[in-house]
Each structure stands twice: as structure tokens, then as C-alpha cells.
Design a protein around this ligand. Structure first.
Ligand SMILES: [Ca+2]
Length: 201
């Protein structure tokens, strides 16, 4: 097994994440004014009372290979870490953040559940949030599979109007995969290495 990471740090733009436009009552935006550990982040911005949901996802034409997996490999699992904060606590009662990987038809490629699904309570940056490692379903394990990263608030609930932001930064997607050469390396125990060295003489 080997791993590769794909990082979105939002230094200058939303790096391909686009608002899916579920309700029109929450905007997905780039925010150059704040981030962690470096400036620039993305945010969900709710401007009305009540409860609503929104998703944003990366574009088409991306495969596991685009995210760094060697061609011909088999992707077995994925997990994420990220930083998050909401801009105020009072009147901003619940923000559940979710993350998942979709295929080209917007079907989740890990049927066991979202990679992340939990309430965000922090109003300052600093806590590193870690998701749940999910096995990739067998039909989506080929490195050439088209994939998208989707992030969502489901829901944001507010009790007062005006802007309520949930900022997200430094999403690190760790992808675990196997290749035929990696499998051979795993068989190379210390004893096998010594034998191999002798036979080379
Ligand atoms: Ca950043």
C-alpha cells in the first residue's frame, strides 16, 4: 500500500470548487480575508433565518490520477483532514459539515458513508478536523475513475439574520492505493532482501 495526498489550500481562489446551487439561500464563496494556516479559504455564507443546505464540488475531467495516484493503481480508501471555523457562536446554532467523493454521475464512490459528517463548533482557527477513512467501492477503484470532491453544509441553522459564515481551509485528501510494484515491495522482508543480495553476486 502507498498513499498520496491532494491538498486544497485556497491561496488565491477556490481551486475548482463551485457552488452546486441547492437553495440559493446559502452562497459558496472564496474568502481571501482569512484562512489557516495561511491566508485564503472557502466559506458557506447564509444570509437568512432558519435552516438550509448547500454543496460545492470540484469540476469534471478529474481522475484519481489527477490527484496523484499512479496510473494503473487500485485505490482502496480515502480520508481527509481540514481546518474550519464559523464566524460567530450566538444565533448560529448548528453547522454540520460533510465531505464525500463522487464519480462523474455524482454518485458517492464510498457507499459506507461520508468521509466527514459532524457539527463544527469552533469560532477560531486551529483545530484540525479528521474524517473517517472510507473504503472505495470496487467499481470506482481504478486510477482512471472520474472523481469529484464534494463539501457540504447540511444544514446550517441560524436564529438571526445577517451573514453567518463557515470557513474551510487546507483540505488534505489522503488516498491509499496499491500497485503491482508496491505489492512486490511488501513481500521484500529483511530475509528476502538478504537472499536477493546473495543471488546478485
Ligand atoms: Ca489557505
Amino acid at each position: 500500500m502507498a498513499t498520496v495526498t491532494k491538498t486544497w489550500n485556497f491561496a488565491s481562489d477556490a481551486e475548482g470548487f463551485v457552488d452546486v446551487g441547492d437553495t440559493g439561500k446559502i452562497a459558496f464563496e472564496y474568502d481571501s480575508s482569512t484562512g489557516y494556516p495561511s491566508s485564503g479559504s472557502v466559506r458557506f455564507n447564509q444570509t437568512f433565518n432558519g435552516s438550509s443546505s448547500e454543496r460545492a464540488r470540484t469540476g469534471t475531467g478529474v481522475t484519481w490520477e489527477t490527484w496523484g495516484v499512479p496510473a494503473g493503481s487500485t485505490v482502496t480508501s480515502a480520508n481527509i483532514t481540514f481546518y474550519a471555523k464559523k464566524n460567530m457562536s450566538s444565533g448560529f446554532t448548528s453547522v454540520t459539515f460533510k465531505a464525500r467523493i463522487l464519480n462523474s454521475s455524482d454518485t458517492t464512490v464510498h457507499s459506507a458513508g461520508d468521509i466527514y459528517s459532524a457539527t463544527i463548533s469552533a469560532t477560531t482557527w486551529g483545530a484540525l478536523y479528521t474524517g473517517t477513512s472510507r473504503n472505495i467501492d470496487s467499481s470506482y477503484q481504478a486510477s482512471s475513475t472520474n472523481v469529484k470532491m464534494e463539501i457540504a453544509v447540511d444544514p446550517i441553522t441560524t436564529t438571526t439574520a445577517l451573514s453567518r459564515y463557515l470557513n474551510i481551509d487546507t483540505i488534505v485528501l489522503t488516498i491509499t492505493y496499491t500497485t503491482s510494484s508496491a505489492t512486490a515491495k511488501n513481500r521484500r522482508t529483511p530475509e528476502n532482501n538478504r537472499l536477493g543480495s546473495r543471488s546478485a553476486k
